[in-house]
Design a protein. Structure first.
Length: 334
């Protein structure tokens, strides 16, 4: 079964062609980073206009790259939420129109659920599930226990800032530009992670919830009091504080759930220190670590099309009345 997926939840216009939920034939992503860089963040109106201008060409490129004709497409999927309303509207409505035009099923997909299962794409071997998954991005930080594709429950999530949001804010405080996460990661490679004792909020609490607002504020006050601090040391110390919390809670969650597989997904999961620490913990315990390729960690349509294949009744078209849900959370299935 070949599914055409479309993703426009924020500032990437993406279209992908995936066969049988596993084989990515094409995954085209047109980034808007340069467009939004002067503003230090995504401007919703600019993002939606760019999606509108690019959606046709990106879909065409995906089909051509995959060597697939419209007649060979079995279903069309698109992100319905969460995300920016004006951006979601472009992709969702385009996908509905395409599905209607070719007379094939339309599948709306939850963006966070697609992130959750994205590490399974390209993974080999048996018994990949159950797993505890760390979903960590600019807008979300959560731990999820998944027992099968489509069967999962949230163990904990951020009560304020997401980890990626904290990275962006710290990068802004240091004048590192946009996007902040990769800039902090790069500079941290040259710094001392033990130089500054930033707080590890909620790390030792019984719950699996997260909080990064206080850490961001701590960095801000440190810079005010120590304006000549070495930026690399600030980045390394801040990053280590975030990673300590993420890794500590993920390992404890896996232990309590009795699973031997950990996965990480979302844009922040590309962070080198996070991957290094997760790998070390899994190696020590003989656990499996599933990390998606970097191309599948940021917003992309490949994960959307892949998950659409696994949705119930894939041959049945969802209602074209489905609307965008900008504030939708992860859909809970247990």
């Amino acid at each position: 079964m070949i599914i055409l997926g479309i993703e426009t939840s924020c500032d990437e216009t993406s279209a992908a062609v995936v066969r049988d939920g596993r084989e990515i034939l094409a995954n085209i992503v047109s980034s808007q980073i340069e467009l939004h860089r002067p503003y230090g963040g995504v401007v919703p109106e600019l993002a939606s206009r760019q999606h509108l201008a690019l959606i046709d060409s990106v879909v065409t490129e995906a089909l051509q790259t995959a060597g697939v004709s419209w007649a060979e497409v079995d279903a069309v999927a698109a992100t319905y939420g969460p995300g920016l309303a004006s951006s979601l509207l472009i992709g969702l409505n385009a996908a509905k129109g395409m599905a209607l035009a070719i007379g094939k099923p339309f599948r709306p997909v939850n963006h966070m659920e697609a992130h959750l299962y994205s590490p399974l794409l390209g993974a080999t071997g048996e018994d990949l599930l159950p797993m505890v998954s760390l979903i960590v991005s600019g807008g979300h930080t959560m731990l999820v226990h998944a027992t099968a594709i489509g069967r999962h429950r949230i163990l904990g999530q951020t009560v304020d800032d997401a980890a990626g949001e904290a990275f962006d804010k710290v990068a802004k405080l240091l004048g590192l530009g946009y996007p902040g996460g990769p800039a902090v990661d790069r500079l941290a490679q040259r710094g001392n992670p033990g130089a500054i004792a930033f707080p590890r909020s909620m790390r030792d609490e019984a719950s699996f919830n997260f909080s990064f607002s206080g850490l961001k504020t701590s960095v801000m006050y440190w810079l005010r009091k120590n304006p000549t601090s070495e930026p690399a040391d600030v980045c390394a110390s801040f990053q280590e504080a975030v990673v300590d919390v993420l890794v500590g809670k993920t390992v404890r969650a896996a232990t309590e759930c009795g699973v031997r597989t950990i996965s990480a997904a979302g844009g922040v999961s590309v962070n080198r220190r996070l991957r290094e620490r997760l790998a070390a913990q899994c190696d020590r315990r003989g656990w499996r670590l599933l990390l998606a390729d970097a191309s599948l960690c940021t917003d992309n349509a490949g994960m959307i099309a892949a998950l659409a294949f696994h949705q119930s009744n894939p041959e049945r078209s969802a209602s074209l009345a489905v609307d965008v849900a900008p504030s939708a959370g992860l859909v809970i299935h247990s």
